[in-house]
Design a protein around this ligand. Sequence first.
Ligand code: DX5
Ligand code: ZN
Length: 212
Amino acid sequence: MRKIFVSPSILTADFARLEQECKALEKSGADWIHCDVMDGNFVPNLTFGMPVVKSIRKCVVLPLDVHLMIDRPERYVAQFAEAGANLITIHAEATDDVAGCLKLIRSCGKQAGISLKPNTPVEVLEQYRGLFDMILIMSVEPGFGGQSFIEGSVKKIKKAKELFPDVLIEVDGGINKHTAKKVIAAGVDVIVAGSAILNAADKKAAIAEIRG
Ligand code: DX5
Ligand code: ZN
């Protein structure tokens, strides 16, 4: 059986206790830590930037999975790489130079991810084939934690796996133990979950349940 990676999103963490929260996730069996960076333009919400990623880097040894929900991410890629991101994911809808931005991520020695909002078809990625290590399928409209899973994402994950069998497929939004089963069956490799893990009394059990 293939390995399923679980990447808890700290979006729903108590930011005043970020060190304890990240360490608790690490102890509870998380594979990566998912960092949601929002700019109030690409999405109607604001979170945090490079200094917070740099601080998280000091607290855990787990790979940092940085999801940039920002316009023209090429402006900040080098700084997120410097801050300690291991994998940097940009949105296909966020820049006029997706290929250049993916190349920039790799030139910083990091893995490159490309993310799609729910209404963007997987086929748009054909033109960037070979330039990314992971596809992130958004299963909610990006911007907020705690939303309901969009069922059409299951079909999209299958399509992504079929078209790009050699890259990791990640899913993000509305994942709990029930929706996790569906996306795993569809071929996903990496599962992001925020509220289902961070709001659980027993994080270890929540991660184990999602992993299936
Ligand atoms: C949404 C973020 C997600 C979010 C997931 O824009 O990219 O990572 O935190 O939260 P849940 O798991 O609560 O849907
Ligand atoms: Zn995310």
